[in-house]
Ligand binder design. Sequence first.
Ligand code: MG
Length: 335
Amino acid sequence: MLERLIATPMPLVLKNAFNLAHGSSDSRTNLLVRIGEGRGEVPIVPYYGIPSARLLEELDRASALLEEDPFRIDAVMARIDAPSAGFSAPARCGVDLALHDRVGKLLGIPLYRLFGLSPENIPPTSFTIAIDQPEVMATRARDSKLPILKIKLGKPEDLEIVRAVRLATSAKLRLDANGGWSREQALDLIPRLMDFDIELIEQPLAKEDVEGYAWLRSRLKAPIFADESLQSERDVLALRPGIDGIVVKLMKSGGLRGALRMMTLARALDLKVMLSCMIESSLGVTAAAHLGPLADYIDLDGPLLIANDPFRGLQYEGAQIHLPSGPGIGAEPVH
Ligand code: MG
């Protein structure tokens, strides 16, 4: 029997208003996708500008493209991933996750086993410190007691922020400017920021400034990762001359299969891989964590930022992620 795809809103309340270079918010409404026993999550990110109504329309259209045989994921995704089909990456992500979750449940094995991966090889995750006043960020960094922190930047006081955080903690620090600097600002700031023992810098330049990375690289030496500038595997080649690594998110890659393609391409080009997430429940983030053993860096703290996580899945022991042992994604609804 052909199973229909059902999509419903999944309201998420954030523990702290999330301030980024793009703006601030204290709630999100993602979409929950169900195909039979399979579940997937569609992250809705305000600054990507894809309205909920459009995603619901796409998911409704996707429902007609399913296969009767649940194992034929490639056939379904070939239709949905085709550029001419006009599906956005978040919608493709929701379908891909639900299809994989369903297959894992039918086989009775977790996704990491389906992919042949060893869960103890997941690197420890970073924890995000949202943009705020330097002393507030320093206090959060100290109170977190976590060994790897991602410091959000993109304000005039970036240097004071990093100085204050560095004084407050001996944690490894990764910086994420979320595209908040011009080329000249990045050129001026990065060498001074690197003096505070920084592991890497994410998305220093505007999303559209793809050539800026090579410009920057010819003028300074620092490990630079592209996040917003990389929206699909097609962007990896263009960015390659100026970057050291890419930030992979299921919402950008259109799910697990797309993430695997992106990671394979990065490996072939000698790029490092950071596996990251949007503001997503334990459903979407646990799905991503199943690919964790393939990443060099992990940034999967989404559920820690949510006050009303509707799913229970991956568990944190400090910075270490433990995958659930249940079949498929292994995330169970809390209610
Ligand atoms: Mg980022």
